[in-house]
Design a protein around this ligand. Structure first.
Ligand SMILES: Cc1ncc(COP(=O)(O)O)c(C=O)c1O
Length: 373
């Protein structure tokens, strides 16, 4: 057989999948990275109507349909105090493709990408695929990323740093002050900030803040998606917002890799963004309630958990053997090391399940905790 590229050989299939495969069919799954709610009815309807009208049979423009990009611009005006020209938006196949084209267009072979550790698995993998060097930074005790740690990690070879708030796998939310600092660092060091905001609506106290709102330069690429906000992970619809020259470069990658985002998904996402937002608020409230149940349960069994302020994940510190003991008893959680070396000694628990299931899982975790102590 012929050889594979060294870039792809540096990447392996995510450790999360291995956990799912090891668990039995009737296991309680607290490993999933998606909301357990249906896609809003108006979004589903919009896709069906577009299909029936024959509007989805052909390629759309590479950037996506104008009306979707206008809806995305209106969303950023409404939620982020950010004036976005619809021409500075590319609709992508989820936040995943948005991250891919951002890194591919900005990272030269051998350049460094600073990212949180533990952090979302794609940052390191996509950096390798681009021929770059991932540069993980340690997090604070509360699992937020310290702007000072990012600033210290910057070298002449830094192409970008990634901010992810609210964060996967930690559920941590960066303060407004931190976000302002990240914007300042992007400005002063003339380095790109890739801001992954796919969990934006799920902030329990205070508000979501974007570095794009505060940066004075054009050095922020904002990544967002309909995936989590509208429970549309299967639709594959995300987007990037950036200054026009950056958009033009990212479009080169998007055009050749993807041509355009799926047309039915574009119509669905437009309806989700422009329709009533009460589903989003309902999901946020449900996640907050579950977060409280989970936190109380974990603390009650003596585990230390930095309070997750957003998304739908918690990342307790766990004794050795805990994750395996929980999985062996039929509850899937993800070992922290799947998210970077600093994840060791932690587990990621997704609480995208109903309260009753969560309570059942907590009983299992209690047994496992007693067994490994
Ligand atoms: C932090 C973060 N960013 C981006 C994504 C990609 O989301 P999608 O491609 O489903 O829009 C995920 C998915 O889990 C995520 O957790």
């Amino acid at each position: 057989m012929t050889e594979f590229s060294s870039r792809v050989e540096r990447v392996s299939i995510s450790g999360i999948r291995e956990v799912f495969e090891a668990a039995g069919a009737d296991a309680i799954n607290l490993g999933l990275g998606q909301p357990d709610f249906p896609t809003p009815e108006n979004a589903r309807r919009a896709a069906i109507e577009a299909i029936e009208a024959g509007d989805t049979d052909a390629y759309t423009s590479n950037k996506g349909i104008e009306s979707l990009r206008e809806a995305i611009a209106a969303k950023h005006d409404r939620d982020n105090d950010l004036a976005v020209d619809p021409g500075d938006v590319i609709a992508t196949a989820g936040g995943s493709e948005a991250l891919h084209i951002a890194i591919e267009a900005h990272v030269e072979a051998g350049q460094e990408v600073i990212h949180p550790d533990p952090g979302f698995v794609s940052y390191e993998a996509l950096t390798h695929i681009a021929g770059g060097l991932p540069k993980p930074v340690d997090l604070r005790e509360d699992l937020t990323m310290d702007p000072a740690a990012v600033e210290e990690a910057i070298t002449d070879d830094t192409a970008a740093f990634v901010v992810n708030s609210p964060a996967n796998p930690t559920g941590a939310v960066q303060s407004a002050d931190d976000i302002r600092e990240f914007a300042r660092i992007a400005d002063e060091h003339d380095v790109l900030c890739i801001s992954d905001e796919v969990y934006e609506p799920f902030v329990f106290d205070g508000e979501h803040h974007s570095p794009a709102t505060y940066a004075e330069s054009d050095n922020v690429v904002l990544i967002n998606a309909a995936s989590k906000a509208y429970s549309m992970t299967g639709w594959r619809l995300g987007w990037v917002v950036a200054e026009n020259d950056r958009i033009e470069r990212m479009l080169r990658v998007h055009q050749y890799a993807q041509a355009c985002a799926s047309a039915p998904a574009q119509y669905a996402a437009e309806a989700a963004l422009t329709g009533p937002q009460d589903h989003v608020a309902e999901m946020r409230d449900a996640f907050e309630e579950r977060r409280d149940v989970l936190l109380e349960g974990l603390e009650d069994m003596g585990l230390q958990v930095p309070t997750p302020e957003g998304a739908f994940y918690a990342m307790p510190r766990v004794p050795e053997g805990w994750t395996d003991a929980v999985i062996d008893r039929g509850v899937i959680v993800v070992p922290g090391e799947a998210f970077g070396a600093n994840g060791e000694g932690h587990a990621r628990i997704s609480y995208a399940v109903d309260v009753e299931t969560l309570k059942e899982a907590l009983e299992v975790m209690r047994e496992a905790t007693n067994a490994v102590r």
